[in-house]
Design a protein. Structure first.
Length: 283
């Protein structure tokens, strides 16, 4: 690792944009995992932060979920969205808030991958019971792109230029400019946040899921969802490149082409036809 790469890794690991996140996330995580707290109890925890309360309610009422009636309470939002989605929202919202408007596509893409990862997990017998947690991995899979934008903005501009001028894939362009890619950057930050392997490894290995040493099933689900979402049209603003599918990932998940066709048929209802819907803005 070069001095420059070590420098960049240090900046990412010591990201200071989330000063209040660990305490709030820890409280909510412990409340959820204890199974002793109701949605109402957890809603009271979240309600201590007015900004976070507004974010949760806005997400619940976005076109992404399309509930038939307005969601007016935190308890109702928690029941409808699920605790894992809320945890993911808390974990990512402060970072995504800092992104420039031109990167709105990355937020839309991340939400779409989370929802599609949940659909993929639902079809896979091996991970069906953990679909909420694995959907959260989908939400976080491109966290490294966000961190690069925040911590290394000038380098991020060089990456975007290389993608446009050379028609290069994002990962390759990042490696040309930075010496590492967004998958590695996301893993460094996830490790510094002490996230579980079920979240850290899909961030690192979602393009090559069978290389994940401990959470290859979750990584495979995110890998498939990422490709399906990009094919659907929810892609980042800097690149329309769709990475190749690793066929062994399907076998690993216990899925066949018929199962994938089922997921694809369900995607329009979940994601909606309009990728520019302003209600999907990052709060």
């Amino acid at each position: 690792m070069t001095v420059e790469t070590r420098d960049a890794k240090k900046r990412i690991q010591f990201l200071k944009s989330l000063p209040t996140l660990p305490g709030m996330l820890d409280q909510i995580s412990r409340a959820v995992e204890s199974h002793r707290f109701s949605a109402s109890d957890i809603g009271k925890l979240i309600s201590k932060d007015q900004v976070l309360t507004a974010k949760v309610l806005k997400l619940a009422n976005s076109a992404f979920y399309g509930f038939s009636r307005k969601v007016g309470s935190l308890t109702q939002a928690l029941v409808l969205l699920g605790f894992e989605v809320i945890k993911g929202l808390i974990l990512t919202s402060a970072v995504f808030e800092m992104m420039k408007k031109k990167q709105l596509g990355l937020w839309e893409h991340s939400l779409a991958v989370a929802l599609t990862t949940g659909l993929v997990a639902e079809m896979s017998p091996a991970i069906k019971e953990r679909r909420e947690e694995i959907a959260l991995a989908g939400l976080l899979h491109d966290l490294g792109k966000v961190v690069i934008q925040i911590q290394l903005p000038h380098d991020a501009e060089s990456v975007a230029e290389l993608i446009e001028v050379e028609d290069m894939g994002t990962g390759r362009a990042e490696e040309e400019v930075l010496g590492f890619n967004h998958c590695q950057a996301g893993m460094w930050l996830a490790e510094s946040w002490k996230l579980p392997l079920e979240l850290t490894e899909p961030i690192r290995w979602h393009h090559t899921p069978l290389e994940a040493p401990n959470a290859s099933l979750a990584a495979a689900a995110v890998h498939l969802a990422d490709i399906l979402v990009k094919g659907y049209g929810f892609t980042t603003s800097e690149s329309v490149y769709v990475p190749p599918l690793q066929k062994q990932a399907l076998k690993h998940l216990g899925l066949n082409l018929k199962a994938i066709e089922t997921v694809i048929k369900m995607m329009p209802e979940k994601l909606g036809p309009d990728v520019t819907d302003s209600s999907l803005a990052p709060f």
